[in-house]
Design a protein around this ligand. Structure first.
Ligand SMILES: [Zn+2]
Length: 538
């Protein structure tokens, strides 16, 4: 078995990398494109970081690993919780590799917190609670890293993507890229390894706020040229970091470069709860005007019911009042303005709509008898949604969840999922903001996630040339084939025969190894929720 290095580029797309390679901004990526194999890598439904990397790690669809978005329904259906390694169900590539005695270096993978103890070292990535000092495994590594490189950046600290602060954001992104490259090279030299998985979030963090300054959809607006040049310099910096990692792997290693989802321009945000209100299926408490006022005020205060409960507990309070703050219907926190008694359907996740089903939802009103008819109605009406300005249809397909997902966590999936749509529109919900209509301007973001990501490979066991489109669930079994690992029966993907020269490994009849996952410490969930708000997820 040869060394295998996987480099993840969060949000990378050929729409950006191809012109950047052609223009000489990313010469190393250009050489990979010329000498290796490549495919469009289709992301999950929805094409987001939470489900995307989780489906990479496990080779399964979200119905099996349970991550449909950056948050998931709690198992009692009453609340939402940020996803992480502690909530990921199923066997990961490195669970299997560690079991087989393969030495591993796992660096900066989103949702790898709490870091598992593997046969090697782990430094957790995005969606790690800010401020934690337990982000590495073995834990003693944290001290070594901070002594050598200073305070470790778990993510960009300036993440509100305010265009007036673009210089601060780009400074922050570049500083983090620089530190991560040095830490990653240090880790690869410090630990003997057979499998290295390393992720850079640079493309995602730039593209969200500054897609319009990339210069890939035509010339940038007058005045944006300095930002464009700065962004090109950071992508060039990323290219040289990737080259140094590949050099560190050595000439005999197999190298795979991939993304969790693609990217493109953002035209409008569609608030699905307001859209459902237009359908007469969602009701705001006191109407939309009140939502405007209350939402704005709560947003300004940054207040949430769970935060208040945490604060009270810290002060030593306990008993029924605090329990009530945390308990009951925790779906949308203090920002909740939902009139549950008059709401038949609601959005809680990207591209996903839940039926307010009696017996399942905390304040459900839809009888199970009416469930299918209501799903049919939602699907039909979504297909008729048109942009009020252009008059164009924007949702081409919405499906019942069982048509999209399968597995033991299917019951936590949204009942209706938007699966084909104009990718310039972002379909979500905004409990802490104050939209009073379905269609809203993009706000501070100008980039949007898209289905088509990237897959590149080069090395002795990999073929060359273009390949048909692959799915993100196919990557894990393909890497298993390269590492000589048996593929667990629950894996949904298949070995990409056009990608690897390695002989196909039989699928194991047994389920994957059962890995132990550490839970979160007190306060870490709240820290993660604040982080998700900073990233614009909440
Ligand atoms: Zn991502």
């Amino acid at each position: 078995m040869r060394r295998l290095m996987v480099i993840g580029l969060d949000g990378a797309t050929f729409r950006v990398l191809e012109p950047f390679a052609k223009e000489g901004i990313m010469p190393f990526l250009g050489s990979m494109l010329a000498r290796g194999s490549r495919a469009v890598l289709r992301s999950t439904d929805p094409p987001y970081t939470g489900p995307g990397w989780s489906s990479f790690m496990t080779g399964t669809n979200p119905g099996k690993h349970s991550h449909y978005d950056a948050q998931r329904r709690t198992l009692d259906f009453k609340g939402l919780e940020p996803v992480g390694y502690h909530t990921l169900a199923g066997t990961t590539l490195w669970d299997l590799a560690a079991e087989a005695g393969i030495r591993i270096v796992l660096l900066n993978m989103p949702m790898s917190y709490p870091p598992p103890s593997l046969n090697g070292i782990v430094i957790a990535g995005a969606l790690t609670p800010p401020g934690t000092v337990r982000y590495a495994s073995p834990e003693s590594l944290v001290q070594e890293i901070e002594r050598e490189f200073g305070r470790y950046a778990l993510d960009v600290s300036w993440a509100s993507f305010d265009p007036s602060h673009r210089r601060a954001l780009l400074d922050d992104i570049e500083r983090m890229l620089d530190q991560h490259e040095r830490v990653f090279l240090w880790a690869l030299a410090r630990q003997r390894w057979d499998l290295a998985v390393v992720v850079f979030v640079t493309p995602d963090r730039i593209q969200h706020g500054l897609w319009h300054c990339l210069g890939v959809d035509g010339p940038v607006a007058p005045g944006d040229e300095p930002t464009r040049d700065r962004i090109h310099a950071i992508f060039a910096r990323l290219d040289s970091a990737v080259k140094r990692l590949v050099d560190a792997a050595g000439p005999d290693a197999n190298v795979v470069i991939m993304s969790d989802h693609g990217f493109g321009p953002l035209k409008a945000r569609v608030d699905l709860n307001n859209l459902l209100a237009d359908f007469g299926l969602f009701a705001f408490k006191g109407g939309r005007r009140l939502v405007d006022t209350v939402g704005k005020r709560l947003h300004a205060m940054g207040l949430r019911r769970s935060h208040l409960a945490t604060a009270l507990r810290t002060l030593g309070a306990s008993g029924g009042f605090v329990d009530r703050l945390e308990g009951g219907n925790r779906l949308q926190g203090a920002g909740s303005v939902t009139d549950w008694g008059r709401t038949k359907a609601f959005c809680l996740m990207t591209n996903g709509i839940f039926v307010n089903l009696a017996g399942r939802e905390p304040e459900g009103i839809v009888s199970p008898r009416d469930y299918e008819a209501l799903r049919d109605e939602i699907i039909e009406r979504l297909g008729d949604v048109r942009d009020p300005h252009s008059g164009q249809r924007i949702i081409f397909r919405a499906q019942r969840r069982e048509e999209v997902y399968s597995g033991p966590y299917l019951e936590y999936a949204p009942d209706v999922v938007i699966t084909e749509f104009d990718e310039r529109y972002h379909f979500h919900f905004f409990p802490y903001s104050h939209y009073t209509r379905a269609f809203n301007p993009p706000g501070r973001a100008t980039g949007n996630h898209a289905y088509e990501g990237i897959l590149l490979g080069a090395g002795p066991d990999l073929r060359t040339g273009p390949m048909p489109q692959a799915r993100i669930v196919d990557v894990m079994p393909t890497l298993c084939a390269l590492l000589g690992l048996e593929i667990p029966a629950e894996v949904d993907g298949r070995v990409l025969e056009g990608f690897v020269r390695a002989p196909c490994v039989p699928t194991s009849a047994t389920r994957g190894v059962s890995a132990r996952r550490r839970g979160l410490a007190p306060g870490e969930q709240e820290a993660l929720e604040r982080r998700l708000r900073g990233l614009g997820y909440l």
